[in-house]
Write a protein that binds this ligand. Structure first.
Ligand SMILES: Cc1cc2nc3c(=O)[nH]c(=O)nc-3n(C[C@H](O)[C@H](O)[C@H](O)COP(=O)(O)OP(=O)(O)OC[C@H]3O[C@@H](n4cnc5c(N)ncnc54)[C@H](O)[C@@H]3O)c2cc1C
Length: 294
């Protein structure tokens, strides 16, 4: 055997599994086809259960220090535009407030750790560095799983590295942590439950230093983490973990009950970001690298 466990995919799940197994002394190889951690974030919130797991592996404090400050307002707004009063304002406690609530209730019904807002582009490098510190864990970016087969008590994976070379790795187990469209899941014939590909969204990540403090919602400033635009195209704006970086998401293809009426087409993403959402500030193209968005 080359190792005990092959983990396919170094997203938050694969990295966390590598840490958990590694700290238990299990030898594992973590494969990731990307050359480096994720730049464009999907997730930006770790829920309470995730933070409890990170606490168990000794990373909760490090992740909180890297993530959004614990006194930040986490409210959610349902809006028509960013310059009018919100249709709905949903209040959510900051981490500090959630901690205070947890402290007061000691009947086992509250989590040990509150949630933490930390963007995928911050989380993955922290987890990667922690995994690389464990001697039983080998982390290989730029390495893609191509196929795998069972061979008696072992599984043999064929992997290809970014220089085009292929090799085989033999292990006792292979775990698919390769995301929603997992090729491991497909090869094993495991169906996806529920409906997939309901809509296609386009996402932009941009920096605006003053947006959080100056959002002119109603009387303003409408400080919060999520702004959901009540339009047919499910536009939403999400604050990332520095209060200066935001992702704007908008549907570019839609196949739910509310298909565009005949003769109408989806507005272009540029129009959504520029006019429908009315985001204040300016935008500029630039090149960023992961974990440098702060
Ligand atoms: C817009 C958006 C916002 C979201 N927000 C949240 C949130 O706030 N909180 C939350 O918990 N979840 C959120 N989610 C869900 C989120 O995507 C997941 O929680 C998180 O990304 C799951 O991590 P993962 O490791 O399972 O998968 P992924 O993050 O998809 O990582 C899978 C990894 O596997 C790699 N991979 C795939 N195939 C191979 C292969 N053959 N060989 C090698 N590597 C491979 C990929 O490159 C990737 O790095 C959000 C999703 C979206 C789309």
């Amino acid at each position: 055997m080359d190792t005990q466990v092959i983990i396919v995919g170094a997203g938050p799940v694969g990295l966390t599994l590598a840490l958990d197994l590694g700290l238990r002394g299990v030898r594992c190889i973590l494969l990731e086809k990307k050359l480096e951690p994720q730049f464009l974030p999907k997730m930006e919130r770790c829920n309470a259960r995730s933070m409890e797991m990170f606490r168990r592996i000794g990373l909760a404090d490090e992740l909180r220090a890297a993530g959004l400050t614990t006194d930040s307002v986490m409210d959610v707004y349902i809006i028509l535009t960013m310059t009018r009063a919100p249709l709905l304002h949903l209040k959510y406690p900051s981490v500090d407030m959630a901690r205070e609530q947890i402290r007061k209730i000691n009947d086992g019904s509250t989590p040990l750790e509150p949630y933490q807002l930390i963007s995928q582009y911050t989380l993955e490098p922290v987890l990667k560095q922690a995994a690389e510190r464990i001697p039983t864990v080998t982390v290989r970016y730029g390495t893609e799983l191509m196929e795998f087969e069972e061979d008696g008590p072992s599984v043999v994976a064929t992997v290809r590295s970014s220089d085009g070379r292929s090799r085989k790795i033999r292990a006792a187990y292979l775990v698919g942590c390769d995301g929603g469209s997992s090729s491991v899941r497909r090869q094993l014939g495991i169906p996806l439950r529920g409906e997939a590909n309901l809509a296609k969204f386009r996402q932009g990540l941009y920096r605006c230093d003053e947006l959080y403090d100056r959002l002119p919602l109603g009387e303003g400033p409408g400080r919060g983490r999520h702004y959901l635009v009540a339009d047919e195209w499910a536009t939403f704006l999400i604050m990332q973990d520095s209060k200066r970086h935001w992702t704007l998401h908008a549907a570019v293809e839609w196949r739910m009950a509310s298909e565009p009426p005949p003769g109408r087409s989806l507005p272009s993403w540029a129009r959504i970001s520029g006019r429908r959402c009315r985001t204040p500030g300016h935008s500029r193209r630039g090149s960023w690298h992961e974990h440098r968005c702060r």
